[in-house]
Design a protein around this ligand. Structure first.
Ligand SMILES: [Zn+2]
Length: 97
């Protein structure tokens, strides 16, 4: 009934071809579920990422507070006319180095 005579599947490769309509539909549903899960985990930042963001923003707040009293930062800010400019020390601090 089958025409597998000349091209047999190799033993290394597991048989994955669903043959009945029901199996095929189940596979498709599972794939859609996995895809949906992937989208959700992509859309929502993980708790770890959120924690990192919070830490980063705290660090930035701290740094800008400290840079307000830093003559190096003030000089660079005056020079560049950019109130967000930081001296190297505070830039490193803001970046978490
Ligand atoms: Zn500074």
């Amino acid at each position: 009934m089958t025409k597998e005579g000349s091209s047999k599947p190799t033993s290394a490769r597991p048989q994955v071809g669903p043959k009945t309509g029901v199996q095929r539909r189940e596979v498709r549903q599972a794939a859609a579920r996995l895809q949906a899960l992937g989208k959700i985990s992509l859309a929502l930042p993980s708790q770890d990422e959120r924690l990192q963001e919070r830490l980063q923003s705290l660090r930035t707040e701290d740094t800008y507070e400290a840079s307000g009293a830093c003559p190096d930062c003030a000089a660079l800010q005056a020079q560049s006319r950019d109130a967000t400019t930081l001296c190297e020390r505070h830039l490193r601090q803001a970046l978490g180095f």
